[in-house]
Design a binder for this molecule. Structure first.
Ligand SMILES: [Zn+2]
Length: 246
């Protein structure tokens, strides 16, 4: 090979290497975006702070499930004393595979110390009003403007109702009620029951239902064992994920 040909050969070789590296990285990006579903879901989950004042903080965990699916919001922490059901959702939802929809979880953390009370206590307990205020101030605006098909507000109770595990919309006759009834019908242990006595409705689920985002509650009996709470939560998650949206 002449010196001139050798130089030409070297240049072509270098160009070929650069092209290969470029092609390889593009393929890797393509695989990340459209390759295995689970890896994609995990890599796109984000957590951001959307509210922070003297009452507490509000965070949102975004893109759980199918990031390309229609959007559904879950809300936990409106009533901080009911935190056993909140942590049950936070533990169970990310563990479910092959979800149809894209889930954002709004997490309200009141700054007031409530955990020392341990069990559910009546309505006037610490943090209850603060959680509701944080829901109206920070969660409501994001959900009502966030192109969500549905919002589900997670609560617990201390055997206070004739049903242990139930869903309901505080607004009768709307799409929120329809979705709640569908979920109840598609599950084994979740009833549909409207107790007509919510303190938090005006702070989140009522204005959502009245302004274009169907919303319903889950109420779970906090005295159930964790295994039972986990099972009921998986039923809820599956029921919600099986809803059909037009
Ligand atoms: Zn509650």
């Amino acid at each position: 090979m002449s010196r001139k040909n050798y130089r030409l050969f070297l240049i072509i070789l270098i160009i070929a290497i650069i092209c290969s590296v470029f092609l390889f990285t593009q393929l890797a990006v393509f695989h990340d975006q459209f390759g295995s579903g689970n890896a994609t879901a995990t890599s796109q989950v984000t957590r951001e702070l959307i509210g922070n004042d003297s009452l507490g903080t509000v965070e949102v965990i975004k893109n759980v499930g199918n990031p390309n699916g229609k959007k559904i919001a879950y809300v936990v922490g409106v009533h901080p004393l009911e935190n056993d059901t909140h942590t049950t959702l936070l533990n169970q939802l990310p563990k479910q595979s092959n979800l149809n929809y894209c889930y954002d979880i709004y997490v309200i953390n009141v700054s007031m110390n409530y955990s020392q009370y341990g069990q559910l206590l009546p309505d006037d307990q610490p943090g209850r009003e603060e959680g509701q205020d944080l829901a109206l101030k920070y969660v409501y605006p994001q959900i009502v403007n966030g192109s969500y098909e549905l919002a589900v507000d997670i609560h617990g109770h201390g055997s206070a109702y004739p049903y242990d595990t139930f869903v309901f919309s505080p607004v009768d006759g709307g799409t929120g009620e329809d979705y709640g009834r569908n979920v109840s019908q598609s599950t084994q242990n979740i009833s549909y029951y409207n107790p007509y006595q919510t303190t938090s409705g005006p702070y989140l689920t009522i204005p959502l239902n009245e302004n274009g985002v169907p919303a319903f509650y889950l109420e779970e009996n906090s005295y159930f064992s964790q295994d039972v709470k986990d099972m009921h939560m998986r039923e809820l998650i599956k029921g919600v994920d099986g809803l059909k949206f037009s």
